[in-house]
Design a binder for this molecule. Sequence first.
Ligand code: GAR
Length: 190
Amino acid sequence: MNKEKKIILFASGNGTNAENIIRYFQQKEKNISIAGVFTNNINAGVIKRVGNLNITVSVFNKEDMTSGKLLAQLIKINPDLIVLAGFMLKIPKSLILAFPSRIINIHPALLPLYGGKGMYGNHVHKAVIEAKEKESGITIHYVNEEYDAGDIIFQAKVPVLEEDTPETLAEKIHNLEYRYFPEVIEKLLN
Ligand code: GAR
């Protein structure tokens, strides 16, 4: 039997992607488990959202990211993959060095377009619509020291219609994320 693989999820907000990934692996994979959710936001919706799913949620602050406290917790768990699912802070170099090619992120646009500092959630969709783009999508990529600049693993597209608002586009993008993100994670681990 394959060795059991461990995933750690990082989320800062609502956590619908985190919930979707957890449910996917709880139902499907016997050899992949979610070893915990980490959030930098004590008020994040993700805390309540995954509370019923039998998953440990750990809250940390910015200082824990640079002091070595978070790193020590992660090393102890020794995850095969760290998945940023709606995580809004920059990952420090110490974590990237400790987990080479083992940290991935999802971005709600077709990188290298509409990435970088300040480009998250609805800010992205607003910029896409204002620029009258005909399509947008999702990008799953490795995390390096620059925001949204690591090697691309997977992209999927959706059309942007004239009547789309940031909210309707966000919904279309979320649907793509729910459909593809767990599968891409599974492929990376198998
Ligand atoms: C997702 O659409 C994700 O792609 C985006 O935040 C949303 C989080 O939703 N991430 C970024 O913008 C990262 N720069 P969720 O909390 O419901 O999963």
